[in-house]
Write a protein that binds this ligand. Sequence first.
Ligand code: FES
Length: 217
Amino acid sequence: MADNIEQIGSNQATGAGGDSGGASVDKNRRRTLIAWTGAAGAVAGIGIAVPFVMSMFPSERARAAGAPVEVDLSKIEPGMMITEEWRGKPVWVLHRTDGMIERVPRTDDVVADPGSRQPMQPDYARNELRSIKPNYLVLVGICTHLGCSPSQKLEVGEASGLGADWNGGFFCPCHGSKFDLAGRVFKGAPAPSNLEVPPHTYLSDTRLLIGEDSKRG
Ligand code: FES
């Protein structure tokens, strides 16, 4: 291709002082030269872009395939919840306040599986708060009825829109399932079980790893 460009450039220089027919030929040659230069630039661009795109794909593929996801907990203020993606699913991380933790037992009588007997969590989260650390709740944000994404309803009482006795939790608008601040489903809801707690572990006080049970070596 370089030879062709050189040849065309050389022809163009030679024809510059010719007659009007020559000028027309020059014009065509100039167009051809521009086209060749553009093509060469495009090839060079692809050469740069391909390694960039290829370097992006493995992490995306790994993520989709289920690679663990690390979360910086220092950015989640008490009372706040963030959503991460793991294996294509939304995973919620709620930083429960002390008040939220105290309110969980108040729903023991109205939830269907207060002791988490159903296998919707790893063994280490089989407790009333359904967590390793009381202050952090980690849940897959998919309703166990038909897979809708419940809304967070962390406010208490009337402000939540769910009645004066609401203690905070999650509400699935699709068919009305309610879950408390531990992801436990309310009795009589269409959802048959509590929200799922995914495998997770803590790498340090401020680093959570979703998708893996044991600490990295
Ligand atoms: S999908 Fe949540 S209540 Fe039906």
